[in-house]
Write a protein that binds this ligand. Structure first.
Ligand SMILES: Cc1cc2nc3c(=O)[nH]c(=O)nc-3n(C[C@H](O)[C@H](O)[C@H](O)COP(=O)(O)OP(=O)(O)OC[C@H]3O[C@@H](n4cnc5c(N)ncnc54)[C@H](O)[C@@H]3O)c2cc1C
Length: 366
């Protein structure tokens, strides 16, 4: 009888945890490796919004995100929804006439694609959905009812607990050994141990280019940091992911709200002080949700988005390095479960999913 593949998953954020869980369910001998603690990388400091409405620029990427949303529903059934899964929808409005026209035109395009969309007036959205928000009465408000948010750290914890795997946490991969034909043979960890492996999955998030570099591979990545703030109040006054003008917010449990702004993220690269931007973000939230007036900041982080240079995922085998697979992506919260499923199938059965055709690592040559 053939022995099972020995697969090392390097990096246990949402993507590595999903890949590892799928692999172990189908009989691979899995080792989960993380330099830190599972789920405490970008996954813990993400806005964590599961959606495809923001991914319409390229049809294949939109379709992959749609598949990601469906994969979440399957995952919730398979491992139980617990505290990580919040399919409560997404509400969006904006403040000037041109932006409102764009919002409604996007909603129309999504409806034509079969995406569920509901449109309200501001007064009605407040009355029926989010009474704590200061939405102008006459503003058009779009609800995407099938979207969700995920508690990334809890999801990773749940997946790790349900994965039959050896754990190497708190130790980084420092070297990768190959055979004369270039195929993967060993991994060396920073604690000095060496593991014999057949396959490695590079799911190291912002550290993925470094892991690729250990094999002499150049994985070009963008530098796009983002600021996320957690604030605490007696009870979070909102019920779902919300995009208000210039500010995004969502619940993060009963008493915590997460804040983010792509506009403020753009200022990080211009050298703005993250602490000053965090104060602006908090002030903006108090303006949109007066009920957050007495909230206090409990944590903030500038996290690096793991984005390959062209903005799209890098998922699958690199044929010139037999046994090496990449699983690196922005929107990794939305895409983790579908990447996990498709990559495990590719590793174990050699099936290359058509839905990943535009996102293959081969486009970045060795
Ligand atoms: C501000 C911000 C907002 C975002 N909002 C969204 C959103 O709303 N929706 C969405 O879908 N996506 C969003 N994203 C993107 C999403 O969070 C990421 O794509 C996703 O979390 C990446 O998960 P990961 O598992 O690849 O990385 P990580 O969670 O960072 O996991 C990688 C792991 O690898 C480990 N590691 C690194 N190097 C090594 C090494 N040498 N050896 C061993 N282990 C190593 C790290 O310790 C870490 O735990 C956002 C990102 C940011 C920064």
């Amino acid at each position: 009888m053939k022995r099972p593949y020995r697969v090392a998953v390097i990096g246990v954020g949402v993507i590595g945890a999903c890949v590892g869980w799928h692999l172990s369910r189908h009989g691979a001998q899995v080792t989960l490796i993380d330099a830190d603690r599972p789920g405490e990388g970008v996954t813990d400091w993400s806005f964590s919004w599961v959606n495809a409405s923001n991914k319409t620029a390229r049809r294949s990427y939109f379709d992959l995100n749609i598949a990601g949303m469906a994969a979440y529903r399957d995952l919730a059934t398979a491992i139980g929804p617990d505290s990580w899964w919040h399919p409560s929808g997404h509400l969006r409005w904006t403040d000037d006439v041109a932006a409102q026209a764009e919002l409604l035109s996007t909603a129309g395009r999504l409806t034509d694609l079969g995406y569920r969309v509901e449109i309200f007036m501001g007064s009605e959205a407040r009355h029926r959905l989010e009474p704590a928000l200061t939405i102008p009465d006459e503003a058009p408000v779009v609800l995407y009812p099938d979207e969700a948010w995920v508690h990334g750290r809890h999801l990773v914890g749940r997946l790790v607990s349900k994965t039959d795997a050896e754990h190497r946490f708190g130790t980084a991969v420092s070297a990768i050994g190959t055979a004369p034909d270039g195929s993967i043979r060993t991994i060396t960890l920073s604690d000095g141990t060496r593991l014999d492996v057949d396959i490695i999955v590079n799911a190291a998030g912002p550290g993925a280019a470094h892991i690729a570099g250990l094999l002499g591979r150049h994985l070009p990545m963008r530098h796009e940091p983002g600021l996320v703030l957690r604030i605490s109040s007696a009870r979070t006054p909102i019920h779902r992911v919300v995009h208000a003008p210039h500010l995004a917010l969502r619940p993060d449990g009963d008493t915590t709200t997460v804040l983010h702004s792509v506009e403020l993220d753009a200022l990080l690269d211009a050298g703005e002080d993250p602490a000053a931007l965090a104060r602006q973000l908090h002030e903006a939230a108090r303006h949109v949700v007066p009920g957050l007036g007495d909230s206090r900041v409990t944590g903030s982080r500038v996290a690096e988005r793991p984005i390959p240079a062209d903005g799209y995922p890098s998922v699958g085998t690199v044929p010139s390095v037999p046994g090496y697979y990449e699983a690196v992506s922005h929107s990794g919260i939305t895409l983790g479960p579908i990447i996990g499923r498709l990559l495990a199938t590719e590793i174990l059965n050699g099936e290359r999913a058509e839905s990943l055709a535009d996102f293959r690592p081969e486009r970045f040559l060795l």
